[in-house]
Design a protein around this ligand. Structure first.
Ligand code: SAH
Length: 378
């Protein structure tokens, strides 16, 4: 049963009175404390490739952009992973563009090496991939997968995500499939994407709840001038357009905490980008319980610009770690120990069912085929 009605979510999203909003944030903070406690988990973010076959209208990694591209080697990724361990993190997130130069076998070898050499939980965030690839990564030991559905509105989704040939795009379908495979699943949206109405954002929040997400990432849309949605004359939803600002993000985080009380919610880098002073703190005070310090080494770090002006771009991993721990400390919160997954009765039940025999198996050969040209280095 929904903890908030559609109308209540909508009213909160439209609320602008700071005194009222303080009440919403306080309620979300209380739900956070009750369900996931005071620990703030640190996930080391390793941006393993900026190659991408997609043309997402908002993203600086889109294939059409001419820019230097990189793909980290096995050893480079493992070096970052060991640094995560040294810094005391419980998990790493391996993120990249949708890059079929990252083959299923290469990725599985990296995951196996991480699992053999460390105790870290492994989260992947590599876009839409084929079912047999996702399964092989799960079997290699990957624990979690992040894939934002970006918007629950089919028309807006289609308008900003051009199809890659005849390949269908079904992010929600992939999330459901990954859950069947035993992944913890994470998704999310950007607040303020041009064309996004309050109604749509309210339905996004309801979809987080319906999918019973284990993780939800929410950040502001940040216009990248070299993308279609970064153009000056971009079409918006007029008076119904959700603005891209810190309040909007904090309201969305708070409402998400209330409808998904057990989920892990990061205070995102994008939030820190619109408020470099204390955006991260505000995220933690409105329902958030996760930070994702960037571990990507230079010069790759500067080359992974999904949007311009990204926070923390001038810092190295050690500086990011010190900065984040200081912020957690000053709020009187604790740094989380261990992998920090979502362990609840519900997930334990799911585990037991899976172990019994309901494990996901491919029913037939994968339907989608990767065309050979996508496998060549770009
Ligand atoms: N290729 C992966 C990772 C994409 S980057 C995937 O498709 O899942 C991670 C997230 O950054 C995206 O899901 C998107 O929500 C966010 N993002 C991309 N461009 C952005 C922009 N211009 N402003 C804010 N967030 C952006």
């Amino acid at each position: 049963m929904s903890r908030l009605t559609h109308q209540e979510i909508l009213n909160w999203l439209r609320e602008t009175d700071p005194a009222m909003l303080e009440k919403l944030f306080a309620q979300a903070d209380e739900v956070r404390r009750t369900h996931v406690g005071d620990e703030v988990h640190l996930r080391g973010l390793i941006e393993i490739s900026n190659h991408c076959v997609r043309q997402c209208h908002y993203c600086g990694l889109r294939a059409a952009r001419t820019q230097p591209r990189y793909r980290m080697t096995h050893d480079e990724v493992l070096a970052c992973v060991h640094q995560a361990e040294l810094l005391g993190f419980g998990s790493v997130v391996l993120q990249g563009g949708e890059d079929f130069g990252i083959t299923a076998d290469w990725m599985a070898r990296v995951i196996r090496a991480i699992k053999a050499e460390t105790e870290l939980a492994v989260t992947l965030s590599l876009g839409e991939r084929l079912p047999h690839e996702l399964l092989s990564w799960r079997e290699a030991g990957a624990d979690r997968y992040l894939l934002r559905f970006e918007t629950s509105d089919p028309a807006l989704y289609a308008a900003i995500h051009p199809l890659r040939g005849a390949t269908p795009s079904d992010r929600v379908g992939q999330l459901r499939l990954m859950r069947e495979m035993g992944y913890e699943i994470g998704s999310g949206v950007m607040a303020g994407i041009p064309g996004q109405t309050y109604e749509m954002l309210a339905r996004d929040i309801e979809l987080f709840e319906e999918l019973d997400l284990d993780m939800v990432g929410i950040g502001p849309f940040l216009a990248h001038p070299e993308t279609p949605l970064g153009a000056n004359d971009v079409v918006t939803a007029g008076s119904d357009q959700v603005p891209s600002n810190e309040w909007m993000v904090l309201k969305t985080v708070a409402l998400t905490r209330i409808v998904c009380p057990e989920a892990n919610l990061p205070a995102t880098t994008a939030l820190a980008t619109i408020n470099t002073v204390d955006g991260r703190e505000h995220g933690l005070e409105s329902g958030g319980n996760v930070f994702m310090p960037i571990l990507t080494p230079s010069p790759y770090r500067e080359m992974y610009q999904i949007y311009p002006g990204k926070a923390c771009i001038d810092e190295d991993a050690t500086q990011c770690n010190t900065c984040m721990r200081g912020r957690i400390d000053r709020l009187g919160r604790l740094v989380g120990e261990g992998p920090g997954g979502r362990f609840t009765r519900k997930t334990q039940q799911r585990e037991q069912t899976r172990n019994a025999d309901a494990r996901w198996k491919p029913t037939a050969e994968p339907v989608k085929k990767v065309s050979p040209e996508l496998n060549v280095l770009q």
